[in-house]
Write a protein that binds this ligand. Structure first.
Ligand SMILES: N[C@@H](CCC(=O)N[C@@H](CS)C(=O)NCC(=O)O)C(=O)O
Length: 205
């Protein structure tokens, strides 16, 4: 299985909380996979992560992927042991992290200039991984930020949240755990073993 991702950043396994969520779940479920940097604009939902399954099928959305893998691998974390009430609470927590807290963090990354100064070199690295030549990376990152700022006068506004909303039934503590991990626990819980990139060092990460 191949996880399509943004790539590591700041000493963590990926730039994206949702990729971290998926990789965390796969690690807990002990399902081996490889990761590959992918162009987010080429995804049908314009988002990462995505996953290519062993049969070649491409699936989008971290939660859809997790739900499908749970089915295909007979619920490897035994998540069905939770009662419906527990699953509902878990779903509420996951929703809090993924549709509300996510956008608070998103705002903090992209909008205040000092924070974006830390993100900028990481995004430039991502552009480089996609094949954008060095001289054009700064411009490309600037263009992405411009489009982010255009829809981000208030990152927590309803329309932004809706873009990410995914509400299947049967959520579980374990999917929630990995979602929390992706949203808030990234560096604390799962640090990347190899040394950071030059941009990490520049950012003082
Ligand atoms: N519901 C999706 C959300 C994924 C998502 O929002 N990914 C962000 C990165 S953290 C993304 O690809 N954003 C690109 C964009 O919105 O242009 C999932 O769970 O996979």
């Amino acid at each position: 299985m191949i996880v399509h991702a943004f790539g590591p950043a700041w000493n963590t396994i990926d730039l994206s909380p949702f990729v971290v969520k998926l990789l965390t779940w796969l690690r807990m479920a002990q399902l081996p996979c490889t990761t590959q940097v992918a162009n987010v604009r080429k995804m049908s939902n314009a988002k990462l992560p995505a996953m290519t399954l062993d049969d070649g099928q491409l699936v989008n959305d971290s939660q859809q992927i997790i739900d499908l893998l749970r089915e295909l691998h007979q619920d490897p974390l035994d998540e069905q042991r939770w009662s419906p009430a527990e699953q509902a609470v878990a779903c509420a927590w996951r929703s809090l992290f993924e549709t509300d807290l996510y956008f608070a963090a998103y705002y903090q990354r992209w909008v205040p200039e000092p924070n974006f100064a830390i993100l900028r070199p990481v995004m430039a690295d991502y552009m480089g991984a996609l094949g954008v030549p060095a001289f054009a990376r700064a411009l490309a990152v600037k263009a992405v930020r411009r489009s982010v700022l255009a829809f981000t006068p208030c990152c927590c506004r309803r329309s932004s949240r809706r873009r990410n909303r995914w509400s299947p039934t049967g959520q579980t503590w374990c999917a929630t755990t990995s979602g929390c991990c992706g949203s808030i626990g990234r560096s604390a819980i799962w640090r990347r073993p190899d040394p950071g990139s030059a941009s990490d060092a520049a950012a003082g990460a």
